[in-house]
Design a protein around this ligand. Structure first.
Ligand code: ATP
Length: 248
């Protein structure tokens, strides 16, 4: 049985500042319950694709000028970013963006801000986040600005989890992290996906690690999808091996 498509990006074009054409017709499908990877080098358009989906282009003078983005069949492009959050889609930005002056735990609690649950529910969710990220429990009273890059990535992911999302858009989780930590972060993505049923669309330059954890991959080059397929097939593809996995 084919999984239901949650997110459908259909032939989108994105232009910055009215003139700079960055996405030249990108299409992709994100099935419910899967981990989908958006791969490609620096400047290929991965972040732009995620921001087009979550409606975060306006502040950068970017605009979806063609095509459509649908979530559960409903058009969402060029809408209000808050509507998408309401629908259960949350983006974890590249560079993490923690509130540096708040503690780790206060950062996590900001992720629950749209919810009207009781204190006990919110505490249960905090406990869940700490079960995936035991390190954050140890660091819960530390000011986020003084934690390491890996811990800040965990805070950003934990905060997203606090909003009980259906789908997480994760931008470049490996950025700036040591290989061992990258592996750990992807392990956690995998267990959140398997245990909580959260759907992931993740943008990643690290093709090697992403294709070991994702189910399906899209490869972007200069604003176009040049290849896509099940992760296992992409890993074996000679062009992917040569150009993205550094083997030939
Ligand atoms: P990275 O790994 O560097 O984030 P990426 O694949 O995510 O790469 P994007 O950040 O989406 O790529 O950038 C795609 C292209 O769009 C790049 O050429 C970039 O210079 C350009 N670009 C990004 N943001 C803007 C902006 N606000 N105004 C103009 N051009 C932009």
């Amino acid at each position: 049985v084919q999984a239901e498509t949650l997110l459908e990006v259909n032939n989108i074009e994105v232009i910055y500042n009215h003139v700079i054409l960055v996405l030249k017709g990108v299409s992709l499908n994100v099935p419910k319950g899967g981990i989908t990877a958006l791969l490609g080098g620096n400047g290929a358009g991965k972040t732009t694709t995620l921001k087009a989906i979550s409606n975060l282009l306006h502040s950068e003078r970017g605009e979806v000028t063609k095509g459509s983005v649908k979530y559960r069949g409903n058009p969402v492009h060029n809408g209000d970013p808050a509507d998408l959050v309401q629908k259960g889609v949350i983006q974890v930005m590249e560079g993490r963006h923690c509130f540096e002056h708040l503690t780790v735990e206060e950062n996590l609690l900001t992720g629950a801000y749209t919810r009207k649950d009781s204190k006990a529910d919110i505490q249960a969710d905090l406990d869940l986040v700490y079960s995936y990220f035991p390190r954050l429990k140890e660091r819960r009273r530390s000011q986020a600005g003084y934690t390491s890059g890996g811990e800040q990535q965990m805070v950003a992911m934990g905060r997203a989890l606090m909003s009980k999302p259906e789908t997480i858009l994760l931008d470049e989780p490996s950025m700036g992290l040591a290989p061992q930590l990258v592996e750990q972060i992807f392990q956690i993505v995998k267990s959140i996906n398997e245990n909580e049923g959260v759907t992931f669309l993740l943008a990643e330059q690290n093709t090697n690690v992403a294709l070991r954890y994702a189910h399906y991959g899209y490869i972007l080059e200069s604003g176009r999808v040049v290849m896509d397929g099940p992760a296992a097939d992409l890993r074996e593809n000679p062009d992917v091996k040569e150009f993205y996995l550094g083997m030939s």
